[in-house]
Design a protein around this ligand. Sequence first.
Ligand code: GCU
Length: 326
Amino acid sequence: MNAAKTLLGTVIGTLLLFGPSQAMAVTTLKLSHNHNRDHAVHQAMSDMAKEVREKTSGEVVIRIYPDAQLGSQRESMELMQNGALDMVKSNAAELESFGAAYSVFNLPYLFRDKEHLFKVEEGDIGREILNSTKGSGFVGLTYYDAGARSLYAKKPITSPSDLKGMKIRVQPSPSAIAMVKALGGNPTPLAYGELYTALQQGVVDAAENNIPSFSLSRHSEVAKFFSLDEHTMVPDVLVVSTKTLDKLTPEQQQVLYKAAANSSELMKKLWIQSEEKERAVAEKAGVIFSNVDKAPFVQAVQPIYAEIQKNDPELDVMVERIKNVK
Ligand code: GCU
């Protein structure tokens, strides 16, 4: 009782002393991701944070923790679900274990090109997927361009037969595991932060990622052959806990959604620059990029679609819907 009175007294005192504007409540949102500050997605999200701070007159502040400081993507998702974090920048592969709908983004050679992918992301399907995890305590705010993923190793990979007997690092995603199996390799799920050492020490023989991540994580130091098979275009995804969203006023929520969408547009431009720049950096460090004939890769993954058709009617419907987006 006395403590409550003292607290009330302090609040009234603060209001009298500073007036209502200085005593406004500031909501700080903690955002975790696993890239360093030089990665385009960090820049895009910093821009979003700036917009949110400005448009809410400083009432909502997003504090970004890069470099997996607060844990791997999986750990960050768990922290967010426990209420210790508000937002996580993850990607569709990692999110597959938290929301099955994300798996469509991880199916090889499903999207015809970037335009097709963006249309899906920005249309009904994309929104449905972002909202599909409400029951698990989080929703997606936006997608970020993360280019195409290709294989890289200490030796050139020109066809799926080269993967025979090779241990290929994949993200902890059932679709990524199925893809590498279909291509004939041995999938080894590992967190991103463990991959440099795993490649260096030969725990894995190869990995797959987009060019900026390959270069900025310095995997280019330990794997000199990058084969442009472009098997998937797995988008990065920014998610927020529903508890956090509920703490914001409707106006603040709107500002957050809009700033996230703007940062996603910005990311498309940053991505193109970053891909060019990081390819040049890697080439200078001795990496050989080679175009490969994609046909045998496309053919090798067809059993994945046959399997979906047979055993996963829901995913099959989604695959067909995606193919029909023109
Ligand atoms: C990309 C993506 C990350 C992901 C990483 C990975 O770099 O942006 O979110 O963690 O791939 O392969 O683990």
